[in-house]
Design a protein around this ligand. Sequence first.
Ligand SMILES: [Zn+2]
Length: 349
Amino acid sequence: MMQSRVTRTGRGEANLGSNRAVGILTIRDLGDVTTAAMGCRMSEIPDARKMFLEVPPYAEFTVGPGQFVDVLKVQFFLGTLDAHCLECGKEGVFASASPPLRDANTPRTKGSAPAITVEDLRDPFRQAQWPYSFSRNTNPINPLNLNQMEPWALEDRTFDVVFSCTRDSTHRLTFFFRMRDRTFSKVGQTPSLADLQATDMAKYRKVLGDDRHREFTKAVGLHAHGVGIGAFVYLRRLFEWLIETAHALAVKDAGWDEGAYQRARMDEKILLLKGRLPAFMVENRSVYSILSFGIHELAEGQCLKYFEPVKTGIELILDEEIERRARVEKEERIRKALAAVKGELGGRK
Ligand SMILES: [Zn+2]
């Protein structure tokens, strides 16, 4: 079992102090850093969408008092998921295809009663029909209010949650969960988290080249399987390469202090390279101080926690490079078109 661990060495402690700055990050792009801290036992169950699309398998969540509701929100999620559909080959919207809780208060005219969200059941006067399960020996006696669902939510069991692509209902996303001794975890999914995330990354191949792109997808794949340190090491290599690329340009600037740069920690280097890196990274540079840690100083839980912000930093640099290349290409096209027009005008003289 992987456990969250705090480095107690002097340097680690000092840096972890600045890690608390994570709590005041305002930019939403960074994602919820606390929920990225997978692989270690966590006390807060992430919201359902994160549980499906971001949480790696086997991250364990202790279900505290009242948190059975969060488990139910995953099991009976009625919203949609935006995800890459591997079969359509493009981004898709997926709708729930699992049996929902059904409203017991709405008089049924024909067919099934309407589905009801767990949030609606917070109203103590609302009740729902818990879907009958063939896989269990006993089923609850319906209808139930939210509090009456607690023992059924906390019961040791596995369940799946299925979504289907709104373009073609045979295209499916399936997630498997387990509840055991009040510990909740995702124990599998198909397509894999790595496959779902890898498709987002194809656009970076051109900028990174094949080898570095392979390392990037490897980092994301390892993270998706809950491997913290290994994933982080690949990501750090890539990050350092991007910083080094910016550094190579900065060296030519007038007044550049190479000595100061060489002595600086990663967060300080980012500040020195200010004009050449995305503003987001410069503003949130304290997060990147972790990149100065030695491999032996990194704990599994820390690596998983810092994976998302470091990955976001890399993507921002790459996004800017993609934009810059597109602009150059466009300018080149316009230059040629204008030259042709000029030529024609010249011929009419
Ligand atoms: Zn599809």
